[in-house]
Design a protein around this ligand. Structure first.
Ligand code: FAD
Length: 508
């Protein structure tokens, strides 16, 4: 070929490559930019919190209350105020609800015309370093506990995968997180102090008031007010992050193999939610311990542009199949280049909800969680693959956690070793959408019950009374004990009214 022809052919080839590259890059860029522009019109949403009305993080249950009580920070003053409040509430036949960070979603922190106690001011903590015990007041949030422990080379033993929750709220749902091979939070509790409806304060542990210990942990604030707790803590540790794509039927075996091959300190999986490979594939992430972290190991703040980009990629998956595809391929194919490969425990546990929280005032994000025996995960997923598309629900995320048998609590969701599946849906803030979500939820609960599983209680109160009773066979013992220590049923919330001994007509 002569030179001019060769040059023309080269130009043509370069042009074609540029077009292909531009086409490959243009669509994702346009999608992310469009999401960013939509997000520019939104600001952070704070659920209504007083003086007369309240709602929780679901923003679906605005409720008028009689009064809200914010405690003073000093403990003696707070206890004095609480005792007075309990006396007055009893005299006036008012119910009392307890609120932490209000990230439960079904009115677990209030009742119509009731009194709400805001626990947030009680947030002091100290360490017994001889026994590695954290003494912490119930209103403290994990996001404050983590730096306190980190400065001493320590870390929280069991908590959620995010950190904006209070210790009291976490104990009262008996939370769990990415700590694989471990039972839920109750297993790390040495003891706690509980203020009862009659004003007495009792200490509860496995040897002292042990029945109340089992009921109040995971007891949704129905036994009394947890004032403070002694929690076992663990060393902060440095981790190497490993990621692997696995077919969903092999997830549990792959996790077990990873645990056998190295000291895994934290682990979670994320299922593919795209239509093409719906819940068929998982990305398993393990955090392999490499050494102890030093006291004061820094917790690095993400750069603002990283927060925004991650946020747009996640929020861009709402209502968009293309957005879901894009997120999955970016996070599974490119994440090793963008995300750190080394970290430490406190860094992982100090997560930021602004990476994903919904700021669209017309929408809300709803969580659900199911616990299924490890060996029946695939059977459960087969059912879910049929149920969710039939309801055309917008499922943004499903994570998998390894939770071991809970021997401590009455309302236990981990009756054996289970896989926990956290479903993250987006829905409009409307009664119709809530009713549609209820229908879907009931089918998913049935699917979990059919494989010997359970569902989690802090979210929307969509379960029927029968489903609740089947999933929590010790409910009668639990409610009997509640009535024994609180005969006037002073402590109430919407969860109690839905599933407690006095049935709400519409839930029957
Ligand atoms: C984005 C998000 C992520 C989540 N991730 C996880 C997760 O990874 N793992 C998990 O297990 N859960 C998870 N949850 C659920 C969460 O653990 C619960 O909603 C938990 O209750 C939140 O704590 P809180 O301080 O907001 O509690 P609140 O919602 O304020 O209260 C929850 C319950 O505890 C009671 N309570 C609060 N404080 C006290 C007290 N001092 N004494 C007695 N009762 C009290 C309340 O009355 C209420 O019944 C998540 C929730 C959200 C919204």
């Amino acid at each position: 070929m002569r030179n001019p022809e060769r040059r023309r052919a080269a130009r043509l080839a370069a042009g074609l490559v540029s077009i292909v590259l531009a086409a490959a890059v243009a669509r994702p860029v346009v999608h992310v930019v469009r999401t960013a522009l939509r997000e520019r019109g939104f600001s952070k949403l704070t659920p209504v919190w007083g003086p007369t009305d309240v709602e929780d993080i679901s923003r679906l249950n605005r409720t008028r209350v009689r009064a809200m009580t914010r405690l003073p920070e000093d403990e003696a003053g707070a206890i004095e105020m609480l005792r007075r409040l309990l006396r007055d509430a009893k005299e006036q036949h008012l119910s009392v609800s307890i609120a932490g960070a209000r990230h439960s979603m079904g009115g677990h922190t209030f009742t119509p015309d009731g009194v709400v106690v805001d626990m947030l001011p009680l947030r002091a903590m100290s360490l017994d370093d001889q026994r590695n015990l954290l003494h912490v007041q119930a209103g403290a949030k994990w996001e404050d506990v983590i730096p306190f422990l980190g400065a001493r080379g320590l870390s929280v033993s069991i908590m959620q995968s995010d950190s904006p929750f209070t210790v009291g709220g976490s104990l009262s749902v008996n939370c769990h997180g990415w700590q694989n091979d471990r039972p839920p939070l109750a297993s790390t509790v040495e003891s706690f102090r509980l203020l009862l409806a009659d004003g007495r304060i009792i200490r509860c542990s496995r040897t002292e008031n042990s029945e109340i210990f089992s009921a109040a942990l995971g007891g949704y604030g129905l036994l009394g007010i947890i004032l403070d707790a002694d929690l076992r803590v663990v060393p902060d540790a440095r981790y190497r992050i490993e990621r692997k794509l696995v077919p969903s039927p092999e997830y549990v075996a792959e996790l077990d193999a990873a645990v056998r091959s190295g000291p895994v300190g934290l682990a979670f999986g994320r299922l593919n939610v795209t239509r093409r490979r719906f819940l068929e594939q998982a990305e398993l992430t393990t955090f392999v311990r490499t050494s102890d972290a030093r006291p004061g190991e820094p917790i690095v703040e993400l750069a603002p542009w990283t927060v925004s980009l991650e946020r747009w990629i996640f929020r861009g998956s709402q209502g968009s199949e293309y957005g879901k595809e894009l997120r999955w391929s970016l996070e599974t194919s490119f994440s090793p280049w963008f995300f750190e490969r080394r970290t430490h425990r406190n860094q992982v546990m100090q997560t930021r909800v602004d990476l994903y929280e919904n700021r669209d005032p017309t929408q809300t994000d709803i969580l659900q969680e199911y616990f299924v025996p490890r060996e029946r995960l695939e059977e459960f997923l087969r059912r879910v693959r049929a149920v969710v598309p039939a309801h055309a629900a917008d499922l943004l995320n499903v994570t998998l956690r390894d939770v071991r048998r809970d021997d401590d609590t009455l309302l236990r969701y981990a009756d054996g070793d289970v896989v926990a599946l956290v479903f993250f849906f987006s829905q409009p803030r409307s009664e119709e959408a809530d009713a549609a979500m209820q229908a879907l939820t009931r089918e998913l609960i049935d699917a979990s019950l059919l494989v010997g599983g359970r569902y989690y209680l802090p979210y929307r109160l969509h379960a029927s009374r029968k489903q609740f009773q089947r999933a929590y066979p010790k409910h009668e013992t639990f409610f009997a004990l509640k009535r024994a220590v609180d005969p006037d049923e002073l402590f109430q919330n919407q969860f109690y009214r839905a599933y407690g001994p006095a049935p709400r007509a519409e839930m029957a």
